[in-house]
Design a protein around this ligand. Sequence first.
Ligand code: 6LW
Length: 501
Amino acid sequence: MSAAGWLDCAFANPVIPGMHPDPSVCRVGEDYYLACSSFEYFPGVPIFHSRDLVHWEQIGNALDRPSQLCLPADTPSSGGVYAPTLRHHDGRFWLITTNVAPGGGTMIFTATDAAGPWSEPIHVPGVGIDPDLVWDDDGNCWCTFAGIHQVRIDPHTGKPLEQPRRLWSGAPGAQAPEAPHLYRIGDHWYLLIAEGGTERGHAVSIARAPAPDGPFEPCPANPILTHRGTNRPIQNTGHGDLVQAPDGSWWMVLLGVRPRGGTPGWHVLGRETFLAPVAWADGWPVVGDLAPAMAAPGWPPHPVTSPSTRDDFDAERLHPRWVSLRSRPDDCWSLTDRPGWLTLHARGGSLDDPDVTFVGRRQQHLSCRIRVLIDPTHGSGGLAVRLDEQHHYEIEVDGEEVRVMARTGPVRPTVGTRSVAAGPIRLRIDVTGLDGWHPRAEPDRLYLGIEDGRGEFDVLAELDGRYLSTEVAGGFTGRVFGMYAAAGTVHFDWFDDEPVV
Ligand code: 6LW
């Protein structure tokens, strides 16, 4: 797609819905690759592939071995892996990211195939979050990071070759200059940054210089992108990365959120990946509208990547979209113990614990129906929707009792129970996005219950969605639906994720 043709073929944002923030993109020939943050989830750093920047398929996770990613049990939610940069240089993919968990730090990984395998980590001491990599024609590797600071490094050893220097920090007084990406475009070096914080004040600004280390001259039109103070359905826009298409057009991937309900607005899917066209005027990028679907009926914009998916757990390997909490030890899960089923063995006792056995996927649709078939004959477990340890709703089956629990902050009441026959049972969570507005309107409502063989839904609890939002829970993440084991061993025959439009 070219930026010129974009108005005729309006695509729907977000291009990667659900918790996929801090996108970084690169192109190799006709193929685009994109990486995102992953926080306390394992495996880390999802990698996507696309041929058109609009349709993305997850092809792997860069950090999928414990030797690459260690997230100890005391890694808090919204800790872990932040803001990668993905580049292709000298025949290889280069990924630099930071694990803010104890014992982590900034690390470089390389691969010849973006789907993996990725290398063991190369540690880069003294470099903070949001690291970027770029090479100049003399072969120097410049590493720029939040602050905004810069240091030349040896990317093969991670060794800094000088003392880090302050580079350019955006608008005077603006908070959180971060997410730098440095590019050589024509005669200039362009430094793209985020500023204003990742909340409603978020913005993208840019400066240019004759050399990678400055001196940087800010764009007179800064910020070149922000939705702050607007009534746009996509907010918090920032943390962009630029890419040029083979036809010469330019594009930006960035993060944004879709808040709903009353004031202050609650977003529940976390920060998602959006796409915007970029034009150039007087040597500066001009970012186009990233919400073309707003003009169409059916607000809010629905993403194009909304496949209804059932995972039958018949394949030899788990799809890369499945994530666990902090680690996924081999003795906690299996696809072969009971062929055709996902088997989970309990370790931590509940979703309140950091190390519960949990296999989940991000919520990607504002309205959706999630169903599983669980066999709890040898244990107890269930289906959960989680924001973090203090904010989660779950439906759990234990022998002949099914119960719904709703943890919000310090309280964890049981809000619904039902007696059932022993044996396999279908658990279901429906999420209904709401459009009504009054000052305290909730963003969505969740229905948790059981389903009979004919698809009849017996709702045990109906819950307000705002308590599982970032505005209530805090942090950088969004909702994840997951299967978990609370005691003994539980088996899951399938997991259905169906968008409701
Ligand atoms: C990331 C920072 C940010 O490191 O949020 O929106 C932090 N930007 O750049 C975590 O995702």
